[in-house]
Design a protein around this ligand. Structure first.
Ligand SMILES: Nc1ncnc2c1ncn2[C@@H]1O[C@H](COP(=O)(O)OP(=O)(O)OP(=O)(O)O)[C@@H](O)[C@H]1O
Length: 315
């Protein structure tokens, strides 16, 4: 793995003890299962997979809000585990799915954007407001909107505020967890274009999480396909969308492509994913895989070996 990577994920696992009901022992649910991945500086990594596959758990660990059960994550070569909150805020930021719940409803927009700066307390007040103005312009918010409150803005405008706030400290890495899924389709495109523009202008490393493959295709340079806690394929966006290797990626692709262009069987007829507290033996995709053979029942496929690889016996 590349030690100069913007994000280096090494053998990271996160499990939860979940209750199985009254007077029954708790079960161990493995939400992220021994993932290793390195993310190139200045790239946009899309992480895609169905609901419950572990995307948000991984995102929370990458930004340091959740500790791995085992393994380690380095951002810009540094571990977030013991890092001071202020330093962490300058290195990496999260753009959440629903900005409404993350913005303070009682504060004006300009104060919401300035919040990470005021906790840093390094810039004098006037310079802070100058920085906020600059960020509002960058994300396409009129200066007079600074006086308003979150409830007075549309969903798309609120997401612009959340992006401005994430960028106000000039971080190196930004993780966006389903940043457009709460928005109307027309507004989604505007926010995706904005994120792509900011990534280029600021040379950010962007991690973009979505269950929507079309959205991921639009913004990503590389894509990690997640299934039941593991990354089962890691490829450049071009390769994934032209010639995916894993049957799960093919099924995901087929769910968004037309029958003429798609290959494989769409996900909706493969049934629901298994319970992550009871992961199937052998290949974890086997129960839903139309191409499964006897060997898939017996042994798990080899681990990913970097970009252009897939966890499938027959990839
Ligand atoms: N705090 C928690 N306690 C117990 N189980 C959890 C907790 N957080 C997540 N999980 C479980 O871990 C698994 C992965 O959840 P996660 O939210 O990371 O997936 P996701 O791919 O982001 O899904 P979604 O798109 O629905 O948010 C799920 O089975 C979920 O129920």
């Amino acid at each position: 793995m590349n030690p100069d990577a913007a994000i280096l994920i090494e053998n990271v696992t996160r499990s939860y003890a979940v209750s199985a009901g009254f007077a029954r022992p708790t079960r161990n649910l493995v939400a992220v299962d021994d993932i290793s991945l390195s993310v190139r500086a200045g790239s946009t990594l899309g992480i895609v997979g169905e609901s419950g596959c572990g995307k948000s758990t991984l995102a929370q660990m990458i930004v340091g809000l959740l500790a791995p059960t085992s393994g380690r994550i380095l951002v810009d070569g540094q571990s977030l585990a013991a890092m001071d909150r202020r330093k962490r805020a300058k290195l990496i930021q999260l753009v959440p799915q629903d900005p409404f719940s993350s913005l303070n409803p009682k504060r004006r927009i300009r104060d919401n954007i300035a919040l990470p700066l005021t906790t840093q307390a390094e810039l004098p007040g006037k310079a802070q407001m100058e920085r906020v103005r600059e960020m509002m312009e960058r994300v396409g918010l009129r200066a007079d909107m600074g006086d308003r409150y979150p409830a007075e803005l549309s969903g798309g405008q609120r997401q612009r505020v959340a992006i401005a706030r994430a960028l106000v400290n000039d971080p190196r890495v930004v993780v966006c967890d389903e940043p457009t899924s709460a928005l109307d389709v027309s507004v989604q495109a505007q926010i995706l274009n904005l994120l792509a523009k900011l990534q280029r202008e600021l040379n950010l490393t962007l991690v973009f999480i979505s269950h929507n493959l079309s959205v991921v295709e639009y913004v990503s340079t590389e894509v990690a396909v997640m299934y039941l806690g593991r990354i089962v394929e890691y490829a450049t966006a071009d390769d994934l969308f032209r010639s995916s290797r894993h049957p799960y990626s093919k099924a995901l692709l087929n769910s968004v492509l037309t029958p003429e262009t798609g290959k494989g069987i769409p996900l909706n007829i493969l049934g629901e994913p298994p319970d992550p507290s009871n992961i199937p033996a052998g290949c974890r995709f086997r129960p839903r895989c139309a191409a499964a053979q006897d060997s898939c029942r017996v042994s798990a496929p080899e681990r990913l070996s970097g970009i252009g690889s897939a966890e499938c016996h027959f990839a």
